[in-house]
Design a protein around this ligand. Structure first.
Ligand code: GLU
Length: 416
């Protein structure tokens, strides 16, 4: 039997929500179809004088509620199915967060660790130049994702600005502060994950996350800020963290600040002082809260039966397969889905975009307060529909999101 692709799985989830809310067939077809998809193959001059051809994508799923929005990732496993799925998730994420954007995603199939700084810059500029036929500050606004950063956003901004002949701050978000970035954008996804973790802990486990044991898979931008904020501001006990070098476990609690500083200094957790475990073992630890914060499909039918956490907070995009979701449900393990959990990043991207358009910049406290409000409201909306439809949080949040996009689509009507 052919293995189900990521998009097929996401569509199955979409249809589950669409069935429950009795979405009509026409709207179902409109909302499950991508607006626009671009695949590019582009040459890059390497430092040794050779030329290599790379493949990149930019997918726009839906623009009913506003410009398309979503990150760009660099990873050797980037493929069409992945980018297509992630752009689909962005539409629902932006709707859940209540920000006026549709969904997009981009990616380049490349291992950036194997490129020199100059090669990375040439690849980034060429990719951005090639996708510029479908992007723009009011059309589609890219941002960082896996293995992309503020530095790459600066090259993206400059490339676009050079091509159009004027500086265009609104073309990307996740920019460095000195180039029209927003205070609080770097920490935003992790802060959003922390806010949702605490709300979910109150709702599902009966009390705040303070003192609860937490394991976090992945220590990139999302995982590292989540660990730091959950430990320092919410008093959670982080017992395990991990990255590509493996898992690091301390039942007495890992010092999140030390781990954060360690990664800043050493670029990975290799050599960090804690008991060494594998990424697989981390996922199966007996903890209160498990936070997958790495890539898609960390939890599948292979390991779902071994998961012991009471609550899973999806900080990564798509970390749970639909089969695993069903197994977790049967074990009464609660899952708070990606489209809510990690929406803090794109929410502060929206704040950044607004600040850029007005050329008026907020202080950190304003950003944090607005993010806190947005995440708590989105959680509340999900809970309300979960109880009304007697369903799981993922389906409830899909219903919330589909409702918003379907309403916008109806109000606009079908052109012409
Ligand atoms: N890449 C992030 C995400 O998956 C942020 C996207 C954005 O800020 O546009 O949500």
């Amino acid at each position: 039997m052919k293995k189900e692709g990521l998009f097929e799985g996401a569509l199955r989830q979409f249809n589950k929500a669409a069935d429950l809310m009795k979405l009509d067939d026409g709207m179902r077809e409109v909302l499950s179809t991508h607006k626009r998809e671009l695949t590019i193959h582009f040459p890059v001059k390497m430092d040794d004088g050779s030329v290599k051809v790379f493949t990149g994508y930019r997918f726009q799923h839906n623009i009913a509620r506003g410009p398309a929005k979503g990150g760009v990732r660099y990873h050797p496993n980037v493929n069409e199915d992945e980018i297509k799925t992630l752009s689909f998730l962005m539409t629902w994420k932006c709707a859940v967060a209540g920000i006026p954007y549709g969904g997009a995603k981009g990616g380049v199939k490349v291992d950036p660790a194997k490129l020199s700084e100059a090669e990375l810059e040439r690849l980034s500029r060429r990719y951005f130049s090639d996708i510029s036929i479908i992007i723009g500050p009011e059309e589609d606004i890219p941002a960082p994702d896996v293995n992309t950063s503020g530095k790459i956003m600066s090259w993206f901004l400059d490339t676009y600005s050079m091509n159009v002949g004027h500086s265009t701050l609104g073309i990307v978000t996740g920019k460095p502060l000195e180039l029209g970035g927003s205070l609080g954008r770097s920490e935003a996804t992790g802060r959003g994950v922390s806010i949702v973790s605490n709300e979910a802990s109150k709702y599902f486990l009966g009390s705040e996350i303070k003192g609860k044991t937490v394991a976090i898979q992945g220590f990139g931008n999302v995982g590292s800020y989540t660990a730091l904020i959950l430990a320092q501001e919410y008093g959670a006990k982080i017992v395990a963290i991990s990255d590509i070098t493996g898992g690091y476990y301390n039942p007495e609690g890992i010092n999140a600040k030390e781990a954060f500083d360690y990664v800043t200094a050493h670029k990975s957790l290799e050599g960090f002082n804690a008991q060494k475990i594998t990424n697989e073992e981390l996922l199966e630890l007996d903890v209160d809260v498990l936070i997958p914060a790495a890539l898609e499909r960390a939890i599948t039918e292979r390991n779902a039966n071994n998961i012991k956490a009471k609550l899973i907070i999806e900080a990564a995009n798509g970390p749970t397969s639909p089969e695993a979701d069903a197994i977790l449900r049967s074990k009464n393990i609660k899952v708070v889905p990606d489209i809510l959990t990690n929406a803090g990043g794109v929410t502060v991207s929206y704040f950044e975009w607004v600040q850029g358009l007005y050329s008026y910049f907020w202080d950190l406290d304003d950003v944090r307060k607005a993010l806190d409000r947005a995440m708590k409201n989105a959680f509340k909306d999900g809970v309300k529909i979960r109880e009304e439809f007697n369903t799981d949080m993922r389906t409830a949040l899909y219903i919330v999101a589909i409702n918003k996009v379907a309403t916008a689509t109806k109000l606009r009507g079908i052109f012409p």
